[in-house]
Design a binder for this molecule. Structure first.
Ligand SMILES: Nc1ncnc2c1ncn2[C@@H]1O[C@H](COP(=O)(O)OP(=O)(O)OP(=O)(O)O)[C@@H](O)[C@H]1O
Ligand SMILES: [Mg+2]
Length: 508
């Protein structure tokens, strides 16, 4: 008898059938990967199993028993714990309070509360963050640590089934390894684990079994050993994906659009770099290397302590993101859902906010032209949405991310001379759309923009970047042209496995 079985699940939202007669079986001591394109229905299946969404049709069985799930509480009571794609931490509470939330100390008594704190510490320890202050405000933690606290909370009880929806999105490689060790320990105890991810390398590392969803249907399922890694992307997308490569472009003779001299701020120190028109500059580094802090400081989200920012050769002080945009410096942030979207507005409104002035001759906005712009972006990025008037809050995680990127594409053809700062642009984006995004990013540079891509994905770095800067612990520890590096040598710099050597490059 299976540990958990979802039988013939149907779930329809206005305009979409998110799950179309899905059968899914999880065995004991199995790590079961659930993969598919953005909008394929992964999170919806997770929510149905979690009791957070009621299916229109179908049933969930645990140990052969039919479950009646009307609320997330019901699933939790049966030992099904879930870490959702979007963080569910309470911002103003501490780490401990978040982990223990919902386990009422008044019922369990003071001593149990202490035991629970002890258990919380152990969990954090297992996840490799035993040194985290359990009384710190979660709000103050970085994305990766918040993610781990969310995971620790799910694991605080003795679950039978653990469901993780894209848990590694903001984790460093080391944090991911700790998480995998923890999952393997749960598996040894017979726990069944559902693991949703766009990272196929992780899937092949940890999963025993795989199920591929496309358009709400199961298109393939079986033991992982029955699949070749190179075949899975085609199954996910439903067609061949053209391999993306790009030629190295030497743009170092072209105008310098952005120059940073000896910039210091919180999280980074003495950073100097140049971005030329027509080139993509890769910013490599592990999570926590200071890349996000640097990019946010460039556009005025954070203070700069010392150093200089020059735009087209002129020294500028940038205090707000609005000023940065006026200077043609555009940040597409990481953690896009929090920073880049207006959840209560629809797709059309979110896609066109950035280009309103262009489309309002004499102050009158033409709905017609906005629709045109928005539907072009939807097509180019393959955004899955029932209509332009759908609330972005109702889109799948990856489609939300595409909207934040898309709003800057909507700005139009006039990208020449602008500098795009893209922080982990394809995190959470499926394999098909990722290749399309890469083409679009190369296209921006080809049209005369300067592009900076901060990425932890070495494949992405080597496909996109003409020149590379590698950051570690807030400093640039290596830089050069793409042909001067291999994935291996970049990794060595990122992790600090070599002396900090700076490869001479032609722009200096
Ligand atoms: N609350 C909702 N209201 C309306 N439509 C929804 C809602 N939640 C999901 N959908 C739609 O259901 C479909 C499946 O979404 P789901 O979130 O399950 O995708 P996913 O496979 O998790 O994608 P991603 O990889 O982007 O996270 C999408 O078309 C999405 O727009
Ligand atoms: Mg999802």
């Amino acid at each position: 008898m299976a540990l958990l079985e979802a039988r013939d699940i149907v779930k329809t939202y206005p305009g979409v059938r998110a799950l179309d007669h899905v059968d899914f079986i999880l065995e004991r001591a199995q790590i079961h990967a659930l993969v598919g394109m953005n909008g394929a229905g992964k999170s919806t299946l997770v929510k149905v199993i979690a009791g957070a969404e009621k299916p229109d049709h179908g049933s969930i069985f645990l140990d052969g028993q039919l479950l009646h799930l009307n609320h997330a509480r019901d699933a939790a009571q049966h030992g099904i714990v879930v870490v959702h794609q979007e963080r569910t931490l309470i911002r103003h509470l501490t780490v401990a309070e978040n982990i223990l939330l919902g386990i009422e100390p008044s019922q369990l008594g003071v001593i149990n509360n202490q035991l629970l704190r002890q258990r919380a510490r152990e969990l954090l320890e297992n996840l490799g963050i035993g040194d985290l202050d359990i009384d710190a405000d979660v709000e103050k933690l970085g994305a990766g640590k918040q993610q781990l606290v969310d995971i620790a909370r799910a694991l605080r009880t003795s679950p039978k089934v653990i469901v993780l929806d894209e848990p590694t999105a903001s984790l460093s490689a080391a944090e991911t390894e700790h998480l995998f060790d923890t999952l393997r320990r749960f598996k040894e105890r017979g726990v069944g684990i559902i693991f949703v991810s766009h990272h196929l390398d992780e899937v092949f590392e940890i999963a025993d079994h795989i199920t591929i969803l496309r358009d709400g249907k199961v298109v393939s399922t079986g033991p992982i050993t029955a699949y070749k890694p190179e075949d899975v992307p085609r199954l996910i997308v439903g067609r061949e994906i053209a391999e993306t490569t790009s030629d190295y472009v030497d743009a170092t003779g072209r105008p310098v659009l952005l120059e940073v001299r000896n910039l210091c701020g919180e999280g980074f120190d003495d950073i100097s770099l140049k971005v030329h028109a027509g080139e993509v500059v890769g910013l490599a580094g592990v999570v926590g290397a200071g890349r996000t802090e640097l990019l946010e400081s460039l556009v005025g989200y954070r203070d700069v302590r010392s150093g200089e920012i020059l735009i087209k050769g002129e020294s500028k002080r940038i205090r707000t993101p609005q000023q940065a945009i006026r200077h043609g410096l555009i940040l597409v942030p990481e953690k896009r859902m929090e920073k880049g979207l207006m959840m209560r507005l629809d797709v059309l409104e979110n896609l066109t906010v950035a280009c309103l002035p262009d489309h309002s001759p004499a102050g009158v906005v033409s709905e017609q032209s906005l629709r045109q712009v928005a539907s072009n972006v939807v097509k180019r990025l393959g955004i899955v949405t029932p209509s332009l008037r759908t609330n972005v809050g109702n889109l799948s995680g990856g489609n939300k991310q595409k909207i934040v990127f898309g709003k800057w594409l909507a700005v139009g053809e006039d990208v020449q001379g602008k500098v795009f700062l893209l922080d982990e642009p394809t995190e959470g984006i499926d394999v098909g759309a990722r290749a399309e995004m890469w083409n679009i990013i190369r296209g921006l540079a080809a049209q005369g923009a300067g592009v900076v891509v901060a990425t932890s994905d070495l494949e992405e770095l080597m496909v996109l970047a003409d020149r590379i800067y590698i950051m570690r612990a807030g400093k640039v520890v290596g830089s050069g042209r793409r042909p001067d590096f291999t994935q291996e040598t970049v990794l060595q710099h990122m992790l600090g496995a070599t002396e900090a050597t700076v490869v001479q490059h032609t722009s200096q």
